[in-house]
Design a protein around this ligand. Structure first.
Ligand code: HDC
Length: 910
C-alpha cells in the first residue's frame, strides 16, 4: 500500500516531551501532520518542536496541564485552525506499596491520567462531532489490564482509560469519531531494573508510534473500542473472555454455600463466550432457566460469618442493603455505612429486629478511617470490606460536566481506595482480610451515557487486582463483582422498559456470590472479576490474540501493521492466550526480542569495518565474516578486596577459609577462577544480535577456558580487549566463542586470557561451519581415565547461590527472574555456569593446589540449592575432572581439566 499521509491533519499529543509522546510527534510530523507537542516541561516540548521544524515539519509547543484540556486544545486552534487527532499520552508514576501509598500519590496519578484524558477529550469532542471526524487514542498499560505490584494508583487509572475509550467509541460512532486504547510496552524505569540493555533496545518507542498512526489514519483499520498491546515489534489485540458460568435457582437455597458448591463450573472456561458490549445477557431467559432448576446443592459446611465484622459502604439501600441483610443473617457483625442517616438506621433496625448485630456509620464512603473506626468501636475489629457505595450521573459525553465526572470518580473509585487503605493495616496484621469491590458491565464493555461511571468501575477493577497481588501473602483476597441488579443500574444497563423484568434483577441475587468471596471458605480466589445477574454467575478474564511479531531490526511502519491486521486481530486461529499477569503478558512480548528479518543479515554494514579479523576463516559465511570484523572498544574493570571476597563467597568460600574471606589474612587471595570476572563485561557484552533469531533468553553458557598469565592481585585496574573468535552453526543452535585478553592498565601486562563459548538455542541454521578449530587446551576433550577418581569433593550450593553470585557482575535475569527463566525453557532460575565452574575450580585448588589454566564444558544445568560433586583424576600436570549434580545424578561439567602450577607438590588440604 502507498505511504499513509497525515497532511492536513492536526494531531495533539500530550506528554510529548520525551519517550512515547516524542516518538509519536516525530512520526506524525514525518508524515505531514501539524503537531501540537504538549508537555509541562517547556524545554522538553520545545526541543521536540525544534527537531520537527528543523526536519521541515510543522509543530508548536504547549505547556498546559492536561487537566486543563481547553488550554491544550486552544494552542491547536490558534496555530493550525483545528484538530483531528488526540493522543492522550501524558502520565506520571507514583509507585508505592499499597500500605504506604499516600492520598496525594493516589490523587496525583488519577488527576494526570484520568482527569487529564477526560479534560482533553472533552475539549476536542465538540470539534470532532461538528466536523464528523475525530480520532482519540488513550494510553493504558499492562499494569492496568492485569494489575501490578506497587502500582495500585497507576493500574487503576490505566484500566479506567480502557472503559473510557470503549464508551467514547460507542458514543462517537455516529459522529465519525473512533477511539482506541493501547497498552504499550516501552523501555521504562521498571524494565530498566530487570532487563539487560540489549533487551531494552527492543522496547523502543519507535515500535509503538507506527501502530498509533495506523489506527488513527482515515484509511486505517477500524479498531474503535478495541484494546491492543504493543511493544518490541509485537502487536496483539486483547478482549474479554467469559466462562459459560453456572445457573442457580433463585430461592432460599441460593446461598454463599451454593455458590461454593458450583465454583468449578463458574470458573470453567471450556466453552467460553466473548461478549463485546451491552446488552450481552438474556436476563429474562437466564431467570426463567434458573427457576426451572431444582433446589441448589450446598457445600458440605455452611458458610457463616460468626465473629467476623463486615463493613458495607452505601448499605442504606439497594445492593448494599441486600448484602447487609445476608451477612447479618449469616452471623456477621455488620457496619452499615451510608451518607443517608435515615436509610442506614432503618437497615440497622431491620437487622436488629431479625436478631442480628449491626451499627450505622453515617459518613461519606471516602471517609475510610471514620468507617473503620466505627467498626472498631462497635465490634473491636474488621475482617471484610464490601466497597459498594456509588452514585450515578448519566449524561452524554458531549454534555457531561466536570462535576458529574468528579462526583462519580470520587464515590466509586476514591472511596474504594480510601476504605481499602483504612482496612489494609488491620488485615495485614491479622493475616486475614476479604475485599469485594463493585464493578459493572459498563466498566467491562463501556456504556453510552455513562463515561464517568464506566471509567470509575474499570479503575476499581484494576485497583482490586493490584490489592489481590499485594495482599496475597497476608491472606488478603480481593475480587470484583459486576452485578446486574436494581432498578437503577440494571435498567440503565439493559434499557428494560417492561416492569416484568424487575423481578429478575433483584439485589438479593448478587449477595450469595459476594458472601462466598468474602468468606474463609474462599481460600484462593483473588484478583477475579465475576459477572452476576438473575441467578447466574460467570467469571471473566483477558484473552489475547497470538498477534504479530514484526522484525526488530527494521523500522516498523503503519503500512506493515495494516498488512498484518488480520493476524493481529485473529482470536480464532488457535494462537490466542490468556495472560493473567503483567509478567505473563510481558513474556509473550519478550519472545519477539531478537526477531530479525532474514534479509537483514549483514544489512547496512553500519557495524562493520574493512579491517579483517585475526580469526578470519575462509569457511566463514558472509554473515560471520562481517561480525568478526567488528572491533570492540576496550573495557576497563576496576576492583577492590571487597569484590574479591564477594566473588569467593559467591562460589562457596566460607568464614573459616579466611584466606578467601578476610582481607586481613596473610594469605588473602582471589580463588584463581576469579580470572573470569574482570573480563565478563567484555565477553558478556559482545553483540550477538546479528545472529538470525537471536533471543538472549535462549542463550546458555557452553564452554569456558581461562588461562592465568600473571599473579592475581586482590585489587586492580584492568583493561579488556574482546574479539569474536569462532561462530559455529550447530543446526538448531549457534555456538559463538569470544576471546578476551585482560591486561593490567598500568603495566600493560596480560593477566588473563579467556575463551568463552555461548550456546544460543534457536539461532542456528544460518549456513556457517559446524565444527570448530583445535584451540589446544581451550577445546581439549579431556576424557577422564578408566579408573575410580583420585579425589572427590562434594558441596551443597545454597538456594541463594545465584542471587549471591550475580553480584560479581553477571546480572543475566535467567538466574534470578522466574519469568525470564521460563522464556528460556526452565521451571525456575538456573545457576550461572561460571558459578559451578568456580566451585569445581575451588575443589581442584583445595585438593591439588593452584592451576594456571582451567577449561570446562557446561553440559547440564544446575539449580541453586543442588549438591555439586567434583570427581578428579590427576594425570601428570593436569587434573581432569567431571562435576555431577548429586540429587539428579546428572553430569553438569564435562571435558574439564586444569593445568597445575606446581605439578610436583600436590596439596591435599581437604
Ligand atoms: C563469560 C562469557 C559470556 C557468557 C554469557 C553467559 C551468560 C550466563 O549468564 C549464562 C549461563 O550461565 S547459562 C548456565 C550455564 N550453562 C548451562 O547450564 C548449559 C548446560 N548445557 C546444556 O543444557 C546443554 O549441554 C546444551 C543446551 C548447551 C546443549 O545441549 P544439546 O542441544 O542437547 O546439544 P547436543 O545435541 O548434545 O549437541 C549439539 C551440538 O552442540 C555442541 N555442544 C553441545 N553442548 C555444548 C556446549 N556446552 N558448548 C558448546 N557446544 C556444545 C555439540 O558438540 C554438538 O555439536 P555437533 O553437532 O557438531 O557434534
Amino acid at each position: 500500500m502507498s505511504q499513509l499521509s497525515f497532511a492536513g491533519h492536526t494531531v495533539i499529543i500530550t506528554g510529548a516531551g520525551g519517550g512515547l509522546g516524542k516518538a509519536y510527534s516525530l512520526f506524525y510530523a514525518s508524515r505531514g501532520a501539524n503537531v501540537v507537542v504538549n508537555d509541562v516541561s517547556q524545554a522538553a516540548s520545545q526541543k521536540v518542536v525544534d527537531e520537527i521544524t528543523k526536519a521541515g515539519g510543522k509543530a508548536v509547543a504547549n505547556t498546559s496541564s492536561v487537566a486543563d484540556g481547553a488550554a491544550v486544545i486552544k494552542t491547536a486552534l490558534n496555530a493550525f485552525g483545528g484538530v483531528t487527532i488526540l493522543i492522550n499520552n501524558a502520565g506520571i508514576l507514583r509507585d508505592k506499596g499499597f500500605k504506604n501509598m499516600t492520598d496525594q500519590e493516589w490523587d496525583q496519578v488519577q488527576l494526570v491520567h484520568l482527569k487529564g484524558a477526560f479534560s482533553c477529550t472533552k475539549a476536542v469532542w465538540p470539534i470532532f462531532c461538528k466536523q464528523g471526524f475525530g480520532r482519540v487514542v488513550n494510553t493504558a498499560s499492562a499494569a492496568g489490564l492485569y494489575g501490578n505490584f506497587g502500582q495500585a494508583n497507576y493500574s487503576a487509572a490505566k484500566m479506567g482509560l480502557v472503559a473510557f475509550t470503549k464508551t467514547l467509541a460507542l458514543e462517537g460512532a455516529r459522529f465519525g469519531i473512533k477511539a482506541v486504547v493501547i497498552a504499550p510496552m516501552a523501555a521504562s524505569a521498571m524494565t530498566e531494573t530487570i532487563m539487560p540493555p540489549e533487551m531494552l533496545a527492543n522496547l523502543k518507542p519507535e515500535f509503538v508510534a507506527p501502530f498509533v498512526a495506523s489506527v488513527t489514519h482515515p484509511d486505517g483499520p477500524d479498531a474503535s473500542g478495541k484494546i491492543f498491546e504493543v511493544g518490541a515489534g509485537y502487536v496483539a489485540e486483547v478482549r474479554w473472555e467469559r466462562s459459560k458460568g453456572a445457573a442457580f435457582k433463585t430461592d432460599a437455597s441460593f446461598t454463599p454455600s451454593a455458590v461454593q458448591e458450583k465454583w468449578e463450573q463458574i470458573t470453567d472456561f471450556e466453552h467460553a463466550e466473548h461478549p463485546q458490549g451491552l446488552p450481552d445477557l438474556d436476563i429474562p431467559g437466564i431467570f426463567a432457566a434458573g427457576s426451572k432448576l431444582s433446589t441448589n446443592a450446598q457445600a458440605s459446611s455452611e458458610i457463616r460469618f460468626d465473629g467476623k465484622t463486615v463493613i458495607i459502604t452505601g448499605a442504606g439501600a439497594g445492593l448494599g442493603r441486600a448484602y447487609a441483610l445476608v451477612f447479618a443473617k449469616l452471623g456477621a457483625n455488620v457496619v452499615v455505612n451510608d451518607v443517608n442517616e435515615k436509610t442506614a438506621k432503618s437497615v440497622v433496625a431491620e437487622i436488629a429486629k431479625a436478631g442480628g448485630k449491626a451499627v450505622a456509620s453515617i459518613a461519606s464512603a471516602e471517609d475510610g478511617e471514620g468507617i473503620v473506626k466505627a467498626a472498631l468501636d462497635a465490634f473491636g475489629g474488621v475482617h471484610v470490606l464490601i466497597a459498594n457505595a456509588g452514585v450515578i450521573r448519566p449524561n452524554a459525553f458531549a454534555a457531561m460536566s466536570e462535576r458529574e465526572w468528579d462526583e462519580v470518580t470520587a464515590v466509586h473509585l476514591r472511596a474504594t481506595f480510601k476504605c481499602a487503605k483504612a482496612v489494609w493495616p488491620i488485615f495485614q496484621k491479622q493475616k486475614f482480610g476479604r475485599i469485594v469491590t463493585m464493578g459493572s458491565q459498563a466498566g467491562i464493555y463501556g456504556l453510552s451515557g455513562l463515561a464517568n461511571y464506566a471509567t470509575a468501575k474499570a479503575a476499581v477493577l484494576s485497583l482490586t487486582r493490584t490489592l489481590a497481588i499485594e495482599g496475597r501473602k497476608y491472606n488478603i483476597l480481593a475480587n470484583t463483582v459486576a452485578p446486574t441488579a436494581g432498578p437503577l443500574i440494571g435498567l440503565a444497563q439493559y434499557r428494560f422498559s417492561a416492569s416484568d423484568h424487575v423481578d429478575a434483577i433483584k439485589e438479593e441475587y448478587i449477595a450469595p456470590l459476594v458472601g462466598f468471596l468474602s468468606s474463609e471458605a474462599n481460600e484462593d480466589t483473588t484478583g477475579g472479576l465475576f459477572q452476576v445477574a438473575a441467578g447466574w454467575i460467570a467469571q471473566l478474564r483477558w484473552q489475547r490474540t497470538g498477534g504479530y511479531g514484526f522484525p526488530v531490526n527494521k523500522p516498523l511502519t503503519p503500512e506493515a501493521i495494516i498488512s498484518k491486521w488480520s493476524l493481529i486481530t485473529d482470536f480464532n486461529d488457535g494462537r490466542a492466550t490468556n495472560p493473567g499477569s503483567t509478567q505473563e503478558a510481558f513474556m509473550q512480548i519478550a519472545e519477539n526480542f531478537g526477531n530479525e528479518a532474514d534479509d537483514s543479515a549483514g544489512g547496512s554494514g553500519s557495524n562493520s569495518s574493512d579491517a579483517s579479523s585475526p580469526y578470519a576463516d575462509p569457511e566463514d559465511s558472509k554473515l560471520v565474516a562481517e561480525a568478526k570484523t567488528k572491533v570492540e572498544e576496550p573495557l576497563e574493570y576496576h576492583y577492590t578486596d571487597r569484590d574479591v571476597i564477594l566473588y569467593n563467597l559467591g562460589i562457596g568460600a566460607t568464614e573459616k577459609e579466611l584466606q578467601w574471606t578476610f582481607e586481613g589474612d596473610d594469605e588473602f587471595a582471589a580463588i584463581p577462577t576469579f580470572g573470569v570476572i574482570p573480563q565478563f563485561i567484555a565477553s558478556g557484552g559482545l553483540s550477538l544480535d546479528w545472529l538470525p533469531n537471536y533471543n538472549p533468553a535462549k542463550l546458555l553458557h557452553g564452554e569456558q577456558y581461562l588461562s592465568i598469565k600473571g599473579p592475581i592481585p586482590t585489587s586492580g585496574h584492568f583493561v579488556n580487549e574482546a574479539r569474536l573468535m569462532e561462530v559455529l552453526d550447530k543446526g538448531k543452535a549457534a555456538a559463538v566463542t569470544s576471546i578476551v585478553e585482560t591486561k593490567d592498565k598500568a603495566t600493560g601486562k596480560v593477566i588473563f586470557e579467556n575463551q568463552s563459548t555461548v550456546f544460543i538455542r534457536g539461532a542456528g541454521g544460518f549456513g556457517g561451519k559446524r565444527v570448530g578449530k583445535d584451540r589446544g587446551a581451550a577445546s581439549a576433550a579431556n576424557t577422564p581415565p578408566q579408573r575410580k577418581p583420585d579425589a572427590v569433593v562434594e558441596e551443597k550450593t545454597l538456594p541463594t547461590q545465584a542471587a549471591l553470585y550475580r553480584l560479581s557482575g553477571d546480572y543475566n535475569p535467567l538466574h534470578i527472574l522466574p519469568e525470564f527463566a521460563a522464556i528460556g525453557g526452565f521451571d525456575k532460575p538456573i545457576l550461572h555456569g561460571l558459578c559451578s565452574f568456580g566451585i569445581s575450580g575451588k575443589h581442584v585448588v583445595k585438593t591439588f593446589g593452584e592451576f594456571k589454566d582451567i577449561k570446562v564444558r557446561f553440559v547440564g544445568v544446575v539449580y541453586p540449592g543442588e549438591t555439586l560433586v567434583t570427581e578428579m583424576w590427576r594425570e601428570e600436570d593436569k587434573v581432569i575432572f567431571t562435576t555431577k549434580v548429586k540429587e539428579r545424578g546428572t553430569v553438569v561439567l564435562a571435558a574439564a581439566a586444569a593445568t597445575l602450577v606446581n605439578a610436583g607438590a600436590p596439596k591435599a588440604k581437604l
